[in-house]
Design a binder for this molecule. Structure first.
Ligand code: ADP
Ligand code: ZN
Length: 435
């Protein structure tokens, strides 16, 4: 298979050359931030680090971290590094964890970001012959804008659908013969389910590839979406704080995402001690924007739990790869003292033949955590016989116990009774936080 790259020289650059490029950019960036962002200058002064101390990537560990709390403290303009006159737009986080962050972009920042998304679309097989349906939300959320811009750069015919209105999505997909779909994986699953209900078989669907991200999804969910839509499904990662989707993207190998490390330098740290961990270790992902102008975060702690790898990739790209994030430090539930990630529950469901339509409800009754998982029955296994339902619930609870180490109460509910998501899915209702 011939490989296409959007910016071949960067995407296949030799390791030493990349490090040199990163070092040069970092030195400039630290100076830019120190001179223009009093908030970060104070953090550096407190740590006793001067811009002259940073001579390259090897010195990165000397810089202080930035956290989501810093972004909140500095809201809205405290981390802006350019005059407002140079900024052309903002985006804002979707507020999954309840706190919004506003990020600023100069025109050059927008250009670099769109290049990153163009690399992702190209790696998924996209060319100017493609019709690219962008069903991520448009507006403050970064998903729509990022993929829209990337799609223009590649030269695809872009369908700026935004999320929602699934019947219209399907009508445009069919009428205009869309070949690439970009949206959250939960929305892709929903579109797939709706197509199936309307009687479409995978071979009737014009799509060849999907670029799905903005939320965690499992390997099993990928297989489900690929089968229903008859496509290859590629992961894409990003966050508003660093720019949006396109920080990292999957290639034909579909085993981890290449980080656009000429723009975003990644580190893995121990979330408790802040110590930088060696390649291959699991820990918290930290990003440094090497060349963003308006909102350049240095050593930003993402709270995403992840691993990095420099293993050679069959696509020919030399960009470092990150594994699928395994969840966030702040979406990890601690139930009766055990660490539980929604992604583990999803993996069990798919393995046991259920759809990824579920909700986790955690509460505290008489000082003990209760742990309930609501799961939809699939239409082919639907039954209203109480005895059969109880047996299915018991079997699923046992499978969960094996994976998680603790026993949830399973409640099987009727197909389609859990609200579908057109953006990021809401999987967890933790009532303990309300007290
Ligand atoms: P919010 O923090 O409000 O969700 P964003 O919309 O910027 O704000 O979302 C960024 C976060 O979404 C990332 O930090 C990560 O937790 C999650 N995310 C984005 N892409 C992926 C992906 N491909 N896989 C897993 N998680 C992802
Ligand atoms: Zn690759």
């Amino acid at each position: 298979m011939t490989q296409n790259y959007y910016q071949k020289e960067i995407e296949t650059m030799q390791r030493e050359d990349m490090r040199k490029l990163q070092s040069e950019k970092l030195v400039k960036q630290v100076k830019h931030v120190y001179e223009n962002v009093p908030y970060y200058r104070n953090l550096m002064d407190e740590k006793g680090v001067k811009p002259e101390d940073i001579k390259g990537i090897d010195d990165l560990h000397k810089l202080p971290f930035l956290s989501k709390a810093d972004l909140r403290d500095a809201y809205p303009y405290g981390l802006l590094a350019t005059p407002l006159a140079d900024c052309v737009k903002i985006h804002s986080t979707s507020g999954t964890t309840g706190r919004r962050v506003v990020a600023f972009y100069t025109q050059k920042d927008v250009d670099l970001w769109e290049d990153c998304c163009a690399r992702a679309i190209t790696a998924a097989g996209g060319t100017n012959e493609d019709v690219c349906q962008v069903a991520y939300g448009y507006g403050l959320f970064t998903g729509g804008a990022g993929l829209n811009g990337g799609s223009h750069k590649v030269g695809c015919l872009t369908l700026p659908m935004s999320s929602g209105n699934t019947d219209r999505q399907i009508q445009f997909m069919m009428d205009l013969q869309a070949s690439i779909l970009c949206c959250t994986p939960s929305y892709a699953a929903y579109i797939g389910e709706t197509l199936k209900e309307q009687g479409y078989k995978p071979e009737d669907i014009p799509l060849k590839a999907g670029i799905f991200g903005a939320e965690p999804w499992t390997e099993e969910m990928r297989q489900g979406i690929e089968a229903t839509l008859g496509i290859k499904a590629y992961d894409i990662y990003g966050l508003t704080e660093t720019t949006g989707p396109g920080v990292a993207f999957e290639c034909s190998e579909q085993s981890g995402m290449h980080i656009n490390e000429d723009h975003f330098y990644a580190e893995i740290i121990d979330p408790d001690t802040g110590e930088v961990l060696p390649e291959g270790s699991k820990g918290e992902l930290v990003f440094t924007s090497l060349d963003k102008e308006a909102f350049p975060l240095l050593r930003y702690r993402t709270r995403d739990i992840c691993m990095l790898s420099r293993k050679k990739c069959s696509c020919g790209r030399t960009l470092i790869k990150m594994a699928k994030p395994m969840g966030r430090t702040d979406d990890m539930l601690i139930i009766r003292g055990v660490n539980v990630f929604p992604s583990q529950i999803e993996a069990v469901l798919l393995k046991e033949g259920y759809e990824p339509n579920y909700q986790i409800i955690v509460d505290r009754v008489n000082n003990t955590d209760t742990f309930e998982v609501k799961v939809e029955m699939t239409s082919d296994r639907f039954t209203d016989k109480v005895r059969d339902i109880l047996a299915m619930e018991k079997a699923l609870a046992a499978a969960m116990k094996t994976m998680l180490g603790i026993n949830p109460t399973i409640h099987l509910v009727a197909p389609k009774s859990i609200t579908r998501s057109e953006g990021k899915a809401v999987r967890v209702i933790d009532k303990r936080k309300l007290v």
